[in-house]
Design a binder for this molecule. Structure first.
Ligand SMILES: NC(=O)c1ccc[n+]([C@@H]2O[C@H](COP(=O)([O-])OP(=O)(O)OC[C@H]3O[C@@H](n4cnc5c(N)ncnc54)[C@H](O)[C@@H]3O)[C@@H](O)[C@H]2O)c1
Ligand SMILES: [Zn+2]
Length: 343
């Protein structure tokens, strides 16, 4: 088992990679614990939860809402939870974002931890201390920065993930390699087959590398004022693609990364060889690199979503595999490339 510690402003968070859900009891108090999960995860793993009250939300993004939070608050009160209670979120990013938000605000904040059961939550959502809910179509518009005491990444739980959910997480794994780690990128290229076949040893290595990269970045800039912006690679264009097409997040981010690679190539930051390696890896991992959606509709959505900062939009571009930079781009330049990218 590997351990990564994040020294956050709100306290330390330890991420245990390769730990088992069966060991959860070791990390929580012996009483006054409340578990939040979703119905899919409860059906698959509920018999392995420790014996505490369980609240299971409906699976999916729709549950990341004030209504769900309110329902959980009422349930906690009804069950006699108090300021010394401990909340555990067991599931994917929806569960950890909601459970983290509920724990951070219930009685002005109680202690909490996660068991992350999707690849996306292991490498991204549960790591870093951001939580929150959506409101009126705005994603993550209300929430807090607050570190969970622990995150257990049980790699074996990834074996039951739907194929699409698995590739969603892989997009974020590729993203981490592109931002920070050329060796990891080569490892991904060499181990494509093992990844697609869900080889647990390979996946443990990859989750560990991703968590280390995210932890380094988050420790350096917990509140996203500088370097943490690099984690937005593929997300500026990707979020707009996600909104317009309704495709899963990871797939949209993959298209966003292909967009950034193309843009970086055009600007002379990235070599053609590296650009082509990126496109090939995304494709080999079953991720899309283009969409048939109208690029101008995506561009307009991007403009609406992103508040213009000064005279443009902060965009993450690639300087080579393993190195990115954040640049303030003029919206006209993004628009012009959006048209080319679609060709
Ligand atoms: N807080 C952050 O920093 C951060 C970062 C990235 C993403 N997010 C958020 O994470 C959310 C997406 O997370 P997600 O992709 O994990 O989605 P999710 O939580 O909806 O899980 C995806 C699906 O997989 C199911 N599932 C979970 N674990 C399973 C398992 N082991 N086997 C089979 N099925 C399983 C779930 O029931 C759900 O249907 C979004 O709301 C996003 O905004 C947050
Ligand atoms: Zn993402």
């Amino acid at each position: 088992m590997e351990q990564v510690v994040i020294n956050g402003l709100s306290g330390n968070s330890t991420i245990y990679i390769g730990e088992s859900i069966d060991s959860l009891s070791k990390y929580i108090p012996s009483e006054n614990v409340f578990i939040i999960t979703d119905k899919n995860v409860e059906a698959l793993y509920g018999n392995r939860f420790p014996d505490f009250p369980v609240y299971a939300i409906e699976p999916g993004e729709g549950s990341k809402s004030f209504i769900s939070a309110t329902n959980v608050f009422r349930w906690l009160l009804d069950k006699g939870a108090d300021r010394s209670s401990f909340i555990v979120g067991i599931g994917g990013g929806v569960v950890s974002d909601l459970a983290g938000f509920v724990a951070s605000t219930f009685m002005r904040g109680v202690r909490f931890g996660f068991v992350a059961t999707t690849l996306l939550s292991q490498v991204d959502a549960s790591v870093g201390g951001k939580n929150g809910v959506n409101l009126d179509g705005f994603k993550n518009i209300v929430g807090t920065f607050n570190q969970p005491q622990f995150v257990i990444c049980d790699i074996s739980t990834l074996g039951t993930l739907h194929r699409d959910e698995y590739s969603n997480g892989l997009a974020e794994v590729v993203k981490h390699a592109l931002i920070y780690d050329a060796d990891k990128f080569s490892f991904l290229e060499k181990n494509k087959a093992g990844i697609m076949a869900f080889n647990q040893t390979i996946m443990t290595f990859l989750v560990n590398r991703s968590v280390n990269i995210k932890a380094d970045i988050v420790t350096a800039d917990e509140r996203e004022t500088g370097i943490r912006r690099k984690l937005n690679l593929g997300h500026t264009w990707g979020h707009a693609v996600e909104k317009v097409t309704g495709m899963p997040h990871g797939q949209a981010v993959s298209i966003g990364m292909a967009f950034s690679a193309g843009f970086s190539l055009k600007k002379g930051y990235l070599s053609k060889v590296e650009h082509d390696r990126i496109i090939a890896l995304l494709t080999d991992l079953g991720l899309p690199i283009t969409t048939t959606a109208n690029p101008m509709v995506i561009f307009e959505t991007l403009l609406r979503d992103k508040k213009k900062e000064q005279d443009g939009i902060h965009f993450v571009l690639m300087e080579g595999i393993g190195s990115v930079k954040v640049e303030l781009l003029k919206t006209d330049e993004i628009k012009a490339f959006a048209n080319e990218f679609a060709q």
